[in-house]
Design a protein around this ligand. Structure first.
Ligand code: NAD
Length: 354
């Protein structure tokens, strides 16, 4: 059925996609009217950062290879100081959500434009959401200044993403699309993108697992991550993301793996209350039980399926549940103490969702 009422705000950003597109970085920097861009990456991707800086030539202000998960405030402060010291008037963030998050932290304070070159499927490049961690607490917020001005999706840069990380990052992307489809502020364009994102990612992942160097599969997966990330950027997330935020924030569980384990359970919880989203997911996944299908896919790709194997203790179920229940938010199915307990218990032990 056609969605009969909605509002839709298109985010002001430019996307370039394709194998080798990273070679056009100097053009993109010039297009922003910038002269000198600081390249940000995590320490593990220093070599990629150096290659990017090389491609920038005289428009490079250097490489800062200090990005870390959840953007610790000290790292953000050092990066801001370094950008000012080097006279950088733009940043190029190359990597996953951690590197892009660092770019956003600089943009938040200094208003520097960010060009994002994503190398995972996490989707941060498509959102105005920033995060900063101080004294063990992660603060997040939304600010249009942190939205990258340009995003260069180059599948060549994803060929080396380890297989296990590719799978969990792919599920992380699918989770954005799933919740975009039943979001209170969903809209037809975003729903089309989300459905296609789920279809493309779930078709690409087996090919990526079979051969991480398969450029065709990598291209489809990166295309899917763009579509799924656009869903994340355009809508308000529900129970699944609240659960993952609480699990990541309080227990420091790995971001993408946590999404992978929780998604089939959160979707099973919401499916009966979200018939249109379920129909879209059924089309995308070729199954009348999208939650069960996602669980089977995770199993066939040897992805983690229990929170226990990610290091969570059974006694942590209760504090996480209380955190998830503490603030109200929109969700298709009512968020109840019993329901969330059952969900977390099943995700913890690794049962197939009922
Ligand atoms: P990540 O950025 O932490 O990357 C994980 C590891 O993989 C890093 O060591 C990185 O260097 C390495 N890596 C990345 N791409 C690689 C490649 N192509 N080849 C080899 N190694 C590669 O992980 P992530 O899952 O992309 O991001 C997680 C972080 O992003 C979390 O802090 C999460 O909260 C945040 N996030 C924010 C948003 C948002 O909208 N603000 C959205 C999604 C995720």
């Amino acid at each position: 059925m056609v969605q009969t009422s909605f509002s839709y705000d298109a985010l002001p950003m430019r996307v370039r996609f394709g194998s080798g597109v990273v070679a056009s970085l100097p053009e993109e920097v010039a297009r922003l009217g910038a002269r000198s861009a600081l390249v940000l990456c995590s320490p593990e991707q220093r070599a990629t950062g150096e290659t990017i800086a090389g491609a920038l030539g005289e428009r490079s202000a250097g490489v800062l290879a200090e990005a870390r998960m959840h953007v610790p405030i000290e790292v953000a402060r050092r990066a801001r100081a370094r950008a000012a010291e080097l006279g950088a008037d733009a940043c190029v963030a190359v990597g996953g959500g951690s590197a892009i998050g660092l770019g956003k932290a600089i943009a938040l304070e200094h208003d520097l434009p960010v060009i994002a070159v994503p190398t995972t499927y996490a989707g941060s490049e498509m959102t105005t959401v920033w995060g900063l961690t101080e004294n063990g607490r992660k603060r997040t917020g939304k600010d249009p200044r942190v939205l990258p001005a340009s995003v260069l999706y180059d599948p060549d840069l994803t060929l080396g993403l380890p297989i296990a990380m590719s799978v969990t990052s792919g599920f992380n992307a699918v989770a954005h699309a799933v919740e975009a489809l039943y979001a209170p502020d969903r809209s037809p364009v975003v729903s089309l993108m989300a459905e296609e994102g789920v279809r493309a990612m779930t078709r690409a992942l087996p090919g990526v697992v079979a051969d991480g160097g398969d450029l065709g599969a990598r291209t489809t997966a990166l295309y899917a991550s763009w579509l799924c990330g656009a869903g994340l950027g355009a809508t308000t997330m529900s129970l699944h993301h609240k659960l993952c935020h609480a699990l990541g924030g309080t227990l420091d569980l790995p971001h993408a793996a946590t999404h992978t384990v929780v998604l089939p359970h959160a979707l099973a919880y919401n499916q009966p209350a979200a018939p249109e989203a379920t129909a879209a997911l059924a089309r995308a996944l070729g199954s009348d039980d999208p939650a069960g299908r996602l669980w089977n896919l995770a199993a066939s790709l040897d992805a983690p399926r229990s929170l226990r194997e990610l290091g969570m203790a059974e006694g942590d179920i209760e504090p996480v549940r209380e955190q998830v229940l503490s603030a109200p938010y929109a969700n298709p199915a009512p968020v109840t103490r019993d329901g969330v307990t059952r969900l977390l218990r099943a995700a913890w032990s690794g049962e197939r969702p009922a």
